[in-house]
Design a protein around this ligand. Structure first.
Ligand SMILES: [Zn+2]
Length: 589
């Protein structure tokens, strides 16, 4: 055992949370390498969250919210629970290490150095570190490694590391993502200081690059790329993913929130295809180690298509993600798809006539919140008011609206931007998202000084929004004074009109790629601030009381609205159960 191992293993002695973790320990108390590897590969984020609820580390509501956000947006539940502000990165790392019987790694105590076996750029994008043991490296037989991960549920990347270090001894440790990035940054700075400025130059030899560039401009690659985008447009896909899974090329389209496998590009074309994407997006084709973002405007079938391209380094080279920005659609949902019922439309009109207050659009990522925000903005813009938005990112340019892009790297966060905005005397302010107490405070200040403020928040339902604000540290009296109302929404897939006959023959439908659904509709619920709601909030800030007050005043829960869409034949029960969760159905009174 090396000094580094000892250092790491002693920090976790007292922290084992589960019997399983204890069983993985050897008699010496050190984590067995195979055990930790197995523990890592068997890690289940939902089970882990349930353990935290049992131990009272987080509430059941937080757990459901994190799982919901994860399910809807595709991020891991662990990432969601940190992003939601339920738990800090550091605290999560402590709990994970304890639960898995793994070592707890901290940058400032780290002994080993970063291994070259996995590309740095990959380690960065996957938020993991592969450390080489100091002692092992010194005697030239560096076979002992420590894998530090921030998110053990990231199986794809973890497996990739185990694959390349096939015969090496790998200990597993848990570190906070920011700490992992700090270690990578520190090393990079050291490298930069030590080596000639040329060291960052592209690795490719010029000949290889120009061959790739030539190939990228040849018919097979052009045809494959264009056909892929056309197929994506046909299916109404929002994203195209060109990537490698376990070394083999893969092509997937995101259609109505679901990833659909497509025939992949031949291995021989893969690099040229990535090269073509970079050329079209005016990106550096020699750069394979850094993430790059760009845009492509393409004329296909006589119409202009805007693509937002993002390339990230991975274990096997690079992945490309292409977002299709259809001007007719916002966030994959058109304004016409919002499915407002009459009373909801009337509510939005009523809100649009208000001079001040906060309106919150809530729902998980990918629930079409942005579309609803813009729909509301459209109504407000019609009333001739000065509108300023603070967004991250600015998704769509709107005529007559000043849009400010938040940039956290330069220190222009939501709160700072909002402070600037208030000096410009706007009537309406759109704040992309209320993420923290400081932004919440600024938003409330703006609303209480005569501005209309629109924003989004992560909550499960509309009534829960009022409570969530109080939990974020906003005083209950400010919530009742400033909030005009809240909406919550989800997206439901619509039954495919082309193949939804009674026979249900769907497998070969070209319109919906055999999924049975085509397009989406937003289902929404509204909670308006009223005297009764204010009373419920002021009394105990109890969610059940708030809900009862709302129900007495005609609040229609989302599942009820969803049922109306099922009755209208727009969607079906299976889809409602999927999008709203089975519990939403069971709760039916
Ligand atoms: Zn169909």
């Amino acid at each position: 055992m090396t000094s580094a191992d000892r250092d790491i293993s002693t920090t976790v002695e007292a922290k084992s949370l589960t019997d399983a973790a204890s069983a993985q320990r050897t008699s010496s108390g050190r984590t067995a390498p195979d055990g930790s590897r197995a523990a890592l590969l068997a890690f289940d984020a939902s089970v882990f969250l349930s353990t935290l609820v049992e131990r009272d580390e987080i509430s059941g509501t937080d757990q459901r919210l994190a799982l919901e956000v994860a399910r809807q947006s595709g991020v891991s539940p662990l990432r969601a629970i940190v992003d939601l502000g339920v738990i800090s990165e550091e605290a999560l790392a402590d709990l994970l290490a304890g639960a898995m019987g793994a070592a707890r790694w901290r940058a400032k105590e780290s002994r080993g150095f970063i291994s070259d076996r996995a590309p740095r750029a990959f380690q960065r994008s996957a938020s993991l570190l592969l450390l080489e043991d100091e002692a092992g490296a010194a005697d030239g037989a560096s076979d002992a490694h420590t894998l530090v991960v921030a998110d053990p549920s990231d199986r794809r990347n973890v497996r990739a590391v185990f694959q390349i270090c096939d015969h090496a001894h790998i200990a597993v440790a848990i570190g906070a993502a920011s700490d992992i990035h700090a270690a990578l940054d520190a090393e990079e700075n050291e490298d930069r200081a030590e080596t000639a400025p040329d060291a960052s130059a592209p690795i490719d030899v010029t000949g290889e690059l120009s061959a790739l560039r030539d190939m990228a401009s040849e018919a097979p690659v052009i045809r494959f790329f264009n056909q892929t985008i056309e197929r994506a447009l046909d299916l109404g896909a929002s994203d195209v993913h060109v990537e490698r899974y376990d070394r083999a090329p893969s092509l997937r389209l995101r259609v109505d929130g679901f990833l659909v496998e497509q025939p992949p590009p031949p291995d021989a074309l893969f690099e040229a295809l990535l090269c073509r994407i970079k050329i079209l997006a005016s990106l550096d084709i020699s750069q394979r180690r850094k993430a790059q973002d760009g845009r492509i405007r393409l004329r296909l079938r006589g119409r202009m298509v805007d693509l937002r391209v993002s390339l990230i380094p991975t274990m096997y080279g690079q992945d490309a993600a292409i977002r299709i920005q259809d001007r007719k659609k916002l966030s994959g949902v058109g304004l016409q798809d919002l499915g407002f019922f009459d009373e909801q439309s009337a509510w939005l009109d009523r809100i649009a006539r208000k001079s001040h207050g906060i309106v919150l659009i809530t729902g998980p990522t990918g629930s079409g919140k942005t579309t609803t925000l813009y729909a509301l903005l459209n109504r407000l813009a019609a009333v001739d008011r000065k509108i300023i938005t603070v967004e991250d990112p600015v998704e769509f340019a709107m005529a007559g609206v000043n849009q400010i892009q938040v940039n956290t790297e330069t220190g222009l966060g939501f709160a700072t931007a909002l402070r600037h905005v208030l000096r410009h005397d706007p009537d309406v302010i759109l704040v992309g998202e209320i993420r923290d107490a400081e932004t919440a405070q600024m938003a409330f200040q703006a609303a209480l000084t005569g501005h209309m403020v629109l924003s989004t928040l992560h909550t499960n339902d509309a009534p829960g929004t009022f409570i969530r604000l109080i939990e974020m540290g906003v005083e209950p009296y400010l919530v009742t004074a400033a909030v005009a109302g809240a909406t919550a929404q989800r997206l439901l897939r619509k039954i495919c009109c082309a193949c939804s006959n009674e026979a249900g023959a769907r497998a070969s439908c070209d319109t919906c790629a055999g999924l049975g659904y085509k397009g989406r509709v937003a289902v929404m619920e509204l909670a308006e601030m009223s005297t009764a709601v204010k009373r419920a909030l002021g009394d105990a800030a109890d969610e059940r009381q708030v809900r009862e007050a709302l129900l007495a005043e005609g609040y229609a829960p989302m599942r009820e609205m969803a049922q109306r869409l099922v009755e209208a034949g727009v969607t079906d029960n299976a889809e409602v159960a999927r999008a709203l969760g089975a519990s939403a159905i069971e709760q039916e009174p």
